[in-house]
Design a protein around this ligand. Structure first.
Ligand SMILES: C[S@@+](CC[C@H](N)C(=O)[O-])C[C@H]1O[C@@H](n2cnc3c(N)ncnc32)[C@H](O)[C@@H]1O
Length: 428
């Protein structure tokens, strides 16, 4: 054995023996290993191109364009399932109108496809022209030879966007919206109206941006930031004056695809009209609603001031997270970044559950108490105290639990109720 080999192997043997004999604390070794592992994966945590590919413009544009074909494929499978049952049962199915129900779904797929085709057309136009490149935190649409992979997940994401039209931009969504918007809007109502336009508010993970729009309507300077091009494409469909000209112009049948928990075909196939109001973005340099497309972890305090005039201190006055923090790959990173983006003394308003999920696996799945402990470490203090029992603070600012739903079907035979937490926290 050469001297070089001995020199290499000796330290490894010593570490191994130390480990076996418990000379080293195993937790320390484990944490060194995890640090080395995360160092080797550092690129993966920040590279939105590879990590969030399922939510890219290319993928979602292809998915919206394929909605009709994907849905009709699914319908063919449903028809084949019906055909596979025995002749007597098929006849009973026929008598209760099952084949007609399948035909109705085919018809409604075509109605929904008018909207999904419209979204694809808007996306193709604006992203190809590069007219919105200044608000994009990720690469623009470029011709690609790479095959875009579309599957049943893509179809679910489109259907999720359709349900967001209902929750965010239809009269049918008013009840669900008011439960979760009211606690947040009451915080923004506290500030006197003349001061509002000087206050910058960031909404990471803004979805279809209705709450961001409502806060901008109160007079604040708002930036909605959304990573998923499924959401951004759908929102741009509403913003586009060629596509959306009048209130309640569009119709979708968002529940037609899921036949579970349905009382009758009328409920299942009902149409929802939208938008109840037509949103508009503010011009650059003026207070109002602005959109940044991409990963909020890529935002920094310098580009936070891009919207508005007369900015002396950089950073946001408010960050609002609605059903957002639990989508984090690394919640500690998210909390640190919210903290970094806020001005000194800035305010973070949160409402949401802790349904740890992510396109990638969430790396940490904390309890609420652990989230509060991390907030202490990062430098947040909860207004009204952790238990919301500090009498000095107005009630609307205090931490509390809000029972609420998320893009639910109010006619379905099931409910999923979140016991979401609401809090207001200050950067210390
Ligand atoms: C559960 S949805 C909630 C959307 C919206 N806040 C609402 O209540 O309708 C979470 C959203 O956060 C977005 N998101 C997740 N991570 C993000 C990130 N790092 N930057 C920007 N958006 C992100 C997702 O694409 C998704 O639209």
């Amino acid at each position: 054995m050469s001297d070089v080999w001995v020199a290499c192997l000796l330290p490894v043997m010593l570490v191994y023996l130390g480990f076996r004999l418990s000379v080293f604390d195993k937790d320390v070794i484990r944490s060194i290993w995890l640090d080395l592992w995360s160092l080797s994966n550092l690129g993966a945590t920040t590279n939105i191109d590879s990590r969030n590919d399922p939510f890219s413009i290319q993928t979602s544009l292809t998915a919206y364009s394929s909605y009709r074909a994907l849905s009709l494929d699914e319908l063919s499978r449903m028809r084949a399932s019906y055909m596979s049952i025995g002749r007597t049962h098929k006849r009973i199915g026929y008598e209760i109108g099952y084949p007609k129900k399948l035909d109705k779904l085919e018809e409604l797929i075509q109605v929904n496809a008018k909207v999904t085709d419209g979204i694809a057309a808007v996306m193709r136009r604006i992203y190809n022209q590069g007219t919105v490149s200044s608000v994009m935190l990720w690469p623009e649409l470029r011709p690609t030879t790479k095959e875009i992979h579309i599957d049943s997940h893509s179809l679910s994401r489109i259907r999720e966007s359709l349900k967001h039209f209902v929750r965010d931009w239809s009269n049918a969504g008013i009840v669900e919206r008011s439960v979760i918007f009211e606690p947040i809007l009451s915080v923004f109502s506290m500030l006197s109206a003349p001061a509002r336009s000087q206050n910058r508010v960031l909404f990471p993970g803004s979805g279809l941006s209705r709450l961001a729009y409502e806060v901008s309507q109160l007079g604040y300077d708002v930036t909605a930031c959304e990573l998923s091009a499924y959401m951004n494409g759908a929102f741009r469909f509403l913003l586009d004056p060629e596509m959306t000209k009048t209130v309640n112009q569009h119709e979708i049948h968002p529940y037609a695809h899921w036949w579970s928990h349905s009382r009758n075909a009328t409920d299942l196939f009902r149409g929802i009209r939208f938008p109840d109001v037509i949103p508009q973005l503010a011009a650059d340099g003026t207070a109002g609603l602005h959109l940044k497309e991409g990963n909020f972890l890529e935002l920094d305090v310098t580009n936070s001031s891009a919207n508005s005039t007369s900015r002396t201190t950089e950073g946001y006055d408010f960050v609002v997270t609605l059903f957002f923090i639990d989508t984090s790959v690394n919640i500690i990173h998210t909390l640190e970044h919210i903290h970094r983006l806020l001005k000194p003394g800035g305010t973070w308003v949160n409402l949401g559950p802790l349904l740890w999920c992510s396109s990638a696996q969430a790396r940490l799945e904390l309890t609420l108490e652990e989230v509060f402990n991390v907030m202490d470490v990062v430098g947040f203090s909860i207004v009204g105290g952790r238990n919301g029992n500090d009498d000095e603070e107005p009630n609307c600012m205090k931490r509390r639990t809000i029972s609420c739903e998320y893009t639910h079907d109010d006619k379905a035979m099931m409910r999923w109720i979140y016991e979401a937490e609401f809090w207001v926290a200050r950067k210390v």
